[in-house]
Ligand binder design. Structure first.
Ligand code: NAD
Ligand code: MG
Length: 396
């Protein structure tokens, strides 16, 4: 029985994780659920899953949740950052699902890594912000990092055991790998008229053709910043050099990514676009469990197509690849600027095309910084956020 903490329990990945747990109640136990402020959703989850702890980051939400739970529900409600760190590092806990969206997930995810937990990593932003420190800390603490992001989970599955066992530090060329092919659907605007991009609404951007996800990652998918963040995520997880990593547009989202070997073989991982598959893989690795996902029907899929990404259409993808080559300062700044810009777009304060403009403006002024601790990274993240907010004001 694995005791699990789910960070971001009320979100899309949180729901898929709880669904996999419900399919395998003999193997997993919900120890703690963590969310920001959605009291109603958390109330329903507590009543259904009866975790030992429910943690709400927002204090008012914690008070409301506590008052709303029925007397028979013994869940303990907590809210301080210290409580949260206590939960993820608790000796009772074996596995932490890291699925808070954005930089808000860094501190708790990092604490789980430092405590040597088995960390199922959905929160890609944590790795984009702190990649080197994150992987180094996992190596020294003995934490196991398992990639939940469907592409990275696919790549992981297509890798030889030697790479899986030494994530972040393996020489993939020495294992016979020539390229990692990171696939992406191209999102809802893959074929939209470029002239319509400035007028795209948040609802249009969040209307992904294949995946149902939270709003931030949905906008990132429309701009293909998501693929850019994933490029950086892959760089750290698989210790790649830029020439080893290629982005391939594959609109059907049936192949979730591929690994190309020097003998000409290409190994692909396939399945229906349903996050319960990579989540179940991470939860049970190296075994396999049922995820509750429909088997892939190749006769329904029919055709698979592939083409190159157009940087003119998706400038955010290019910004992220360039930032990755520049280093940690640039990727931390880009992540922060993008979070601020996406939020402003979702609130109707800037145009869709402004996201790339804000990101680029913040990247241009990146200067070298020594990033040796999480505190250093949080400081740079904060500075980039302030700069992005100023850039938004100048736009408007
Ligand atoms: P979501 O918006 O549906 O859920 C976000 C969760 O984070 C919620 O539970 C929310 O309460 C919590 N949260 C937000 N701010 C918080 C804060 N300050 N402190 C604590 N908790 C906070 O997002 P999602 O789609 O589930 O994505 C979660 C993460 O997983 C993101 O990093 C995303 O990139 C990654 N991911 C998601 C998918 C997907 O299919 N949804 C796929 C791959 C990777
Ligand atoms: Mg992904």
């Amino acid at each position: 029985m694995q005791n699990m903490v789910i960070l971001g329990a009320t979100g899309s990945i949180g729901a898929s994780t709880l669904s996999v747990i419900a399919t395998n109640p003999d193997k997993f136990c919900v120890y703690a659920l963590v969310a920001n402020s959605s009291v109603e959703k958390m109330h329903a989850l507590c009543v259904t899953h009866q975790p030992v702890y429910a943690h709400m980051v927002n204090q008012q939400a914690a008070v409301k949740l506590k008052a709303s739970l029925p007397a028979w529900c013994k869940t303990i409600v907590t809210t301080s950052e210290q409580d949260l760190i206590g939960l993820v590092t608790s000796q009772e806990v074996h596995t932490v699902m890291a699925a808070i969206v954005g930089a808000a997930g860094l501190v708790s995810t990092f604490a789980a890594v430092k405590a040597g937990k088995r960390v199922l990593l959905a929160n890609k932003e944590a790795l984009v912000m702190s990649g080197e420190l994150f992987m180094h800390t996992a190596k020294t603490s003995g934490a196991t990092i398992l990639p939940v992001d469907s592409e990275h989970n696919a790549i992981f599955q297509c890798m030889p055991e030697a790479v899986q066992a030494n994530l972040g530090y393996c020489d993939i060329a020495a294992e016979g790998i020539s390229h990692i092919l990171l696939t992406g659907s191209g999102g809802p605007f893959l074929t939209a008229d470029l002239a319509s991009f400035p007028h795209m609404s948040p609802e249009q951007a969040c209307n992904h053709p294949n995946w149902s996800m939270g709003r931030k990652i949905s906008v990132d998918s429309a701009s293909m910043m998501n693929k850019g963040l994933e490029y950086i995520e892959a760089r750290w997880l698989f210790n790649t050099r830029p020439e080893q990593l290629k982005v391939v547009i594959h609109p059907q989202s049936v192949i979730h990514s591929m690994v190309q070997y020097k003998d000409g073989s290409v190994i692909a991982q396939m399945g229906n676009p349903d996050m319960r598959t990579p989540i179940a893989h991470c939860m049970s690795y190296p075994q396999r469990i049922s995820a509750g996902v429909e088997p892939l029907d190749f006769f329904k899929v029919g055709q698979l197509s592939f083409f190159e990404a157009d940087f003119n259409r998706f400038p955010c993808l290019k910004l992220a690849i360039d930032a990755c080559k520049q280093g940690q300062e640039s990727t931390t700044v880009l992540n922060a600027a993008n979070e601020i810009a996406v939020e402003a777009f979702l609130q109707g304060r800037i145009k869709f095309t402004d996201i790339a403009i804000i990101n680029e403006q913040c990247l241009v002024s990146v200067s070298p910084a020594s990033l040796n601790s999480i505190e250093d990274i949080i400081r740079l993240d904060g500075e980039a956020r302030t700069q992005a907010m100023l850039a938004i004001k100048t736009l408007a």
